[in-house]
Design a protein around this ligand. Sequence first.
Ligand code: SF4
Ligand code: SF4
Length: 307
Amino acid sequence: MSAPAGTPRPVRHFEMPSSLAGKLRVYRFAIARRLVQVSVLLLFLGTAHWGWKALGQPLLPGNLSAAKLAGAIPLADPFAILQVLATGRGVAGEALLGAVLVLGVYFILGGRVFCSWVCPMNVVTDAARRVRARLAVRDVFAIPPGVRYAMLGLALAVSAVAGVAAFEWISPIAMMHREIVYGAGLGLTSVLGVFLFDAFVLKNGWCGHLCPLGAFWALAGRGAQVRVAFDDASCTRCGDCLRACPEPRVLNFNEAARHGFVKSGECTNCAACIAVCPESSLRLALRLGTVPGNRPQDLSQTPEEKP
Ligand code: SF4
Ligand code: SF4
């Protein structure tokens, strides 16, 4: 039976189930994300080292910046293409088509789905987050919101001045991918740098504050169709989702209640919030199927948000 309108519901908190089935349910999205990340790497690895083919063509030659699926479907990182365009050099029609295809996929699934479901760096930053939680590490300094967008602008400006796609040269993501697929080497030092930075300097420092590719996907995915739907009526504002969310400033209850979903393009659809919500108030859904909430304003804030 539901409580009378306006009556606050009792606040329960997330508890890790003791059964294996319960634990698997909690970790289902984390497991799925790892499977996708490993599968993408395997497709590149299998093509480069074991000659995997499809339709008589190399299955997925290339890298995260530019690749071709089964010799037929071009795939290109739109941010890499933007940097090349900034240099003033032309871009082949096939590469442009590849960028548009990739953009289309992420427009549907959520721009920063790349960050939590595909990018190999996510494994490193998730590990760093676990280490800092275990050791109770505090932030050494803060970085103001919006710096990653400045990094994006800087990457394009440097590309224009230097005449090369600047971020592609120094990106720890590209380096990590190259090292895994084509052999370990010096590039892994930048990956270690990201791990140490996230673990001991600033929580979610690289992905949440600095990465220009994450900034690009946050902008590109603003109208994305797959979103975290929010059921305002069942939410008790326990705050467990806020504590699980790796992204600063993404979960805002008032905004989510107003729209019926987490609106920020910076949400990565990682589903960490969904996994811990004790009320099942959050789920992945198509934006069109979400329902705006209508609870009174005084109930639509977390305890921390209230004056
Ligand atoms: S949506 Fe967040 S605050 Fe609301 S019940 Fe779920 S975990 Fe708690
Ligand atoms: S709001 Fe949820 S899905 Fe989005 S980044 Fe935070 S934890 Fe992940």
